[in-house]
Write a protein that binds this ligand. Structure first.
Ligand code: NAD
Ligand code: TYD
Length: 356
């Protein structure tokens, strides 16, 4: 079986669902169920013996040792993390704990287990670390896209904690020989994304007639990838990536935030017209994020050249699927917008002045 950490979160849940669609190899899913973890994402697997869920923390070494001994996974796909930049600005401690200390603890438990395996199992074992393009820092408008050899220049507590975890993973390969793979992916969107990130937040606010808070001038650029494409890339890297290598994953789809917000408005206007008029009327420029990275762009030629991977979705097809999923799943949306969610919204947005 494979061990997936953070498999109740946005990308992890999509990965587990896709994995079990294409394979009968069981998944041991370890997740602490923080505010971002949601077992409803995995409801379709409730009675599926191929999915074994464990409610636990990647910082818990005793638990990790027991899970390795009991389940003998042949690989780890490590998603578990604190993942939201704005939350990392309000409270960086949780990011250092889970992303740095948690990855360290998982590496140490994996190393202890892997060291005791017979030679052929040791060779085949893989620790795949899921990371982000944000570790590379911010690009100017004419800079080339990030390659795997770009220097690390993280700017937020989130990206700094992910950069630290990438360095630990690299060192555990070079020093101890642990067979690791690292993927650095651009911004994902798709079903089950928690509505604190740009796209689902805009969908939720637009549906309820609330302001659509665009930070600063709205011209910050991200490279957007449909989550299903990220999952297929991870499967390829796990199956055929070279041990010790890193692979950048991206959608070849750079867009400014304001274009994303307008696209979401246009789709909602078409699929669920609002008698009050186009949702674009709700767009509100608000105080910028401190240290806001201007542009990310991924050069994904290495994964294409070595593993033949390219994204299957265009932005047009992926965003349509995404908006339709949120329209089709009002109960999921209502459940995640609990009291704790409302507290976050008021903490992050109440202090931001509307500009213009
Ligand atoms: P998410 O915040 O939706 O989910 C994170 C999951 O990890 C949750 O289920 C949470 O309960 C779990 N978790 C948190 N702390 C834990 C702990 N201490 N022990 C065990 N489980 C814990 O995140 P996501 O967007 O699905 O991102 C998954 C991974 O992909 C992260 O490592 C993130 O850095 C990386 N990534 C995300 C994006 C993106 O656009 N979302 C892009 C590139 C890379
Ligand atoms: P986000 O989804 O938080 O991802 P990241 O910061 O990891 O790239 O934000 C994507 C972009 O959208 C980023 O430039 C910040 C911007 N943004 C807004 O303009 N308004 C919002 O309410 C949010 C959450 C993000």
């Amino acid at each position: 079986m494979i061990l997936v950490t953070g498999g109740a979160g946005f990308i992890g849940a999509n990965f587990v669902l896709d994995w079990l669609k294409g394979s009968d190899e069981p998944v041991l899913n370890l997740d602490a169920l923080t505010y971002a973890g949601n077992l409803e994402n995995l409801a379709s697997l409730q009675n599926d013996p191929r999915h074994v869920f464990v409610h636990g923390d990647i910082c818990d070494r005793t638990l990790l040792d027991r899970l390795f001994a009991e389940h003998a996974p042949r690989a780890i796909v490590h998603f578990a993390a604190e993942s939201h930049v704005d939350r990392s600005i309000h409270g960086p401690g949780a990011f250092v704990r889970t992303n740095v200390e948690g990855t360290f603890t998982l590496l140490e438990a994996a190393r202890a287990y892997w060291s005791g395996l017979p030679a052929n199992a040791r060779e085949g074992f893989r620790f795949l670390h899921v990371s982000t393009d944000e570790v590379y820092g911010s690009l100017g408008p004419y800079d080339p896209a990030f390659t795997e050899t770009k220097t690390y220049e993280p700017n937020s507590p989130y990206s700094a904690s992910k950069a630290a975890s990438d360095h630990l993973v690299r060192a555990w390969h070079h020093t101890y020989g642990l067979p690791v793979l690292t993927t650095n992916c651009s911004n994902n969107y798709g079903p089950c994304q928690f509505p604190e990130k740009l796209i689902p937040l805009m969908i939720v606010n637009a549906l309820t007639g609330k302001p659509l808070p665009v930070y600063g001038d709205g011209l910050n650029v991200r490279d957007w990838l449909y989550v299903g494409d990220h999952c297929s890339a991870i499967r390829e890297v796990l199956a055929r990536g070279r041990s010790g290598e890193t692979y950048n994953i991206g959608g070849w789809n750079e867009m400014a935030n304001i274009e994303i917000v307008r696209t979401v408005c246009g789709l909602l206007d078409a699929l669920r017209p609002d008698p009050a008029g186009s949702r674009e009327r709700l767009i509100t420029h608000v105080t910028d994020r401190p240290g806001h990275d201007r542009r990310y762009a991924i050069d994904a030629r290495k994964i294409e050249r070595e593993l033949g991977w390219r994204p299957a979705e265009t932005f047009a097809s992926g965003i349509r699927k995404t908006v339709e999923w949120y329209l089709d799943n009002p109960a999921w949306l209502a459940n995640v917008q609990s009291g704790a969610y409302r507290d976050w919204v008021s903490r992050n947005y109440a202090a931001r002045e509307a500009e213009r």
